[in-house]
Design a binder for this molecule. Sequence first.
Ligand code: GLY
Length: 422
Amino acid sequence: MTFSRRDFVKTSLLGAVAAGVGTQAQGEESEQGAAPERDAQSGPHKRPIIVCANNGYAHLENAFAFLKGGGDTLDAALKVVKGPEDDPDDDSVGLGGLPNEEGVVELDACCMHGPTRRAGSVGGVRNIKNVSLVSKAVMEHTGHVMLVGEGAERFAVALGFPRENLLTEHSRKIWLLWKEFHSTKDWWGPGLADPHWQPPATGPASKDKPQSELWRQRIEDLQARAADLGIEPEHRLAAVHKVLFPQTGTIHCSALNDKDEISGCTTTSGLAFKLPGRCGDSPIIGAGCYTDQDVGSAGATGSGEENIKVAGAHTIVENMRHGMSPQEAGLDALKRIVRNYNGDMNKLRFMDMTYYILRKDGAYAGVSLWEGYSKGNPHKIAVHDGNLRAEVAVSLMKGYSQEYPPFPDIPEDLKKGSVYLK
Ligand code: GLY
């Protein structure tokens, strides 16, 4: 669904969030049908249990068996997030993550171990793919909590982590395409001397060539450039989409065992094409992840800058400490993001956030600011409590987030949904 002006009015802060109108109700349909009463205040809730972002789904079975067999809760959560970190095809985390604006992959991660009430974190780490494990090493092998940049990399190497080039060919080509997309403003991309050089397709629109048509042309040109760079045909549209609308991909995981021990961790390559040195929420204890052995654990994926400002994971755990259910606690944190923009939907529609929440008694929830990226692409959480499943997150607001940065004249069918997300 495209978010129309009428929908904005319907979901304005006063009209919807404060009054609860336009918010999703508990018990939305999940992948397998109606969602269970997962957020009820009273139990019994199943334990052990692992809750994570849906890109951890494929790694939950193994981690759950480890947890059930008596494995440590943090080690179980790390087993889940290590999967996408090792996967060169997941371009949001670890090896193959999309790089910063200089073409260098920089990773962030943190973890908290509930039973021993310890934490570790690393930010802006280059050349080491399993930064979640490095964050655990900071926790276990230093008197510090957070290491960043070159110091974090040298520490990891000292601990035996291998140095490797994290920029896969696939991510390098997408980054080059991004450079060429901006080449009207710098010296990257083919210059005037190139026999195929043409002025950019966008420019003054005319009756014969409206902006939407110019954009269609420009996107076709980008696909041709993607072909020149050697991006496979089936990946070209997705690559163009990533270039136009850089994403923040991430994975969070929280794990609880049958002794009521709980831990969490979060890892990411952060915002694609970010400024070198930019750290998002993922390495910030209390934003991207927070675990309190007395209460529960929470983590986030989405707009890191917004989550840092509401200390999202800590806010959620504190809310649960004061009696809110996991779902209420998460929706309250999302409302704080809405409040930071005074409910201005013209801005809020360009950001998104999903929280993964696990209370110490096994109650859990997944909540998101918007329903997802587009119809058919809802935000999901993955859960394993003996039964592995994906569930649709409960959203604060009806409708779908919009791509950022806004290019008002791109035709809707070229923006997202079926065209790009295949
Ligand atoms: N949430 C990931 C980031 O913003 O870096």
